[in-house]
Write a protein that binds this ligand. Structure first.
Ligand code: P1T
Length: 395
């Protein structure tokens, strides 16, 4: 769906509430209703008035796509049924025999899409540490069509310099496009298209919907050609979200700014608490001055986000005792909801990533990933404190 440029001068929070969300012309309803109909009547065989079939487009999907395009400062957005469906959609537009370059620090499922699915269809992937952006120069092949980076990365919050990578691609390999997985940042904290990326993808499942009750993804771009391809994939591969999910995600966007501010305030305080904890051996959080890429973080991001990973002393027993004693935060996959969650990437989000690659990324048995929620921060810190204390007491 194309963005309404009229609204592009308004503030982020204003666009998050209004972009693509006009009152329903039929009833005046301020919040447009959920359009469940899968089909729309046509005035003539060859004429479509707005919509024809929900796989190709739907009023609720339009509203969501218009809003997220506006928030990324983009022309176009295409919603899919999950973040992973976006990855599949992007892979499906690459010609057979293509080569892609991906940063090594990726969500485990994205790694699997490249290493285990795309490889079956003749697409070759080079996985590389791209923290030094100049390293990419030696990786291009004549058939390199795409570079995919995730920054900050899941779960050890590594950063890739989007602008530097984009410059390399656009100078040396004009055929290739750059995709940035912006899930951890949301458009509120980072806008990769403005740094030279060609496509931004989000797992909408996370902060954008924000309430752990929708599975959805989106690809955002300023390229009419890429947008046309994504629209074609929506219609011809069919991995589109339901109207109800689009409605919920559009609703989630209305509070994105206030949620992200609160998430981040809480995360900063939890990270600072953990840094000083005697049982914590490492804290990964872009907002800490001790983050090895903090200067780049400050240049490229408008905020630090709310994912905090930390390594603790001991072994898996201590980790499981920590989980068992948490009273509020839940041990669960996923992130970005209002509630605080914790997880063990080595067994959960990155369980299928090869052990050597996991080890090089700092994903150990004692690494705990926290999605810091928007509860009262004293309660979050108190919960982590008592669970950490208990993790080391003899049973
Ligand atoms: O779950 P899905 O909506 O398909 O999105 C996949 C995805 C893509 N990119 C990033 C950075 C992600 O974190 C995810 C999903 N991650 C988890 C489910 C997790 O627990 O890390």
């Amino acid at each position: 769906m194309a963005n309404d440029t009229k609204q592009s001068m308004q503030g982020f929070g204003t666009r998050a509430i209004h972009a693509g969300q006009e009152p329903d012309p039929a009833t005046g309803a301020v919040i447009p209703p959920i359009s469940l109909s899968t089909t729309f009547t046509q005035p003539a065989a060859e004429v479509i008035q707005g919509f024809d079939y929900t796989r190709a487009g739907n009023p609720n999907r339009n509203a969501f796509e218009t809003a997220i395009a506006s928030l990324e400062g983009a022309e176009y957005a295409s919603a899919f049924s999950s973040g992973t469906a976006v990855t599949s959609a992007v892979l499906s537009i690459l010609p057979a025999g293509s080569h892609l370059i991906a940063s090594d620090a990726l969500y485990g499922g994205t790694y699997e899409s490249f290493a285990k699915i795309a490889s079956k269809h003749g697409i070759e992937t080079t996985i590389a540490d791209l923290r030094n952006p100049h390293d990419i120069a030696g990786l291009f092949k004549p058939n390199t069509k795409m570079v995919w980076i995730e920054t900050p990365s899941n779960p050890t919050l590594r950063i890739v310099d989007i602008q530097a990578i984009a410059q390399h691609i656009h100078q040396h390999n004009k055929d290739a496009f750059l995709v940035v997985d912006n899930t951890f940042m949301t458009p509120y904290f980072q806008n990769p298209l403005q740094l030279g990326a060609d496509v931004v993808m989000h797992s909408v499942t996370k902060y954008i919907n924000g309430h752990s009750d929708v599975l959805m993804g989106v690809a955002v771009t300023n390229s009419p050609a890429l947008h046309k391809e994504f629209q074609y994939v929506q219609d011809c591969m069919g991995g589109v979200p339901s109207p109800f999910d689009c409605y919920l995600a559009r609703r989630g966007l209305m509070t994105l700014e206030v949620r992200m501010d609160r998430h981040e305030q809480n995360a900063i305080q939890l990270a600072e608490y953990l840094v000083n904890h005697p049982q914590v051996t490492a804290v990964y959080y872009p907002g800490l001055e001790s983050h090895p890429q903090h200067a780049l973080v400050r240049r490229q991001q408008k905020g630090y986000g709310a994912m905090v990973s930390f390594d603790i002393k001991g072994n898996l027993d201590n980790v499981n005792r920590f989980y068992k004693h948490l009273k509020m935060a839940k041990l669960a996959t996923s992130l970005g909801g209002a509630e605080s969650l914790v997880s063990s990437p080595v067994y959960m989000s990155h369980g299928h990533v090869p052990p050597a690659l996991r080890a090089s990324l700092g994903i150990t048995e004692t690494l705990i990933r926290a999605s810091v929620g928007i509860e009262n921060v004293e309660d979050i810190i108190a919960d982590f404190k008592q669970a950490l204390d208990n993790a080391y007491l003899k049973a």
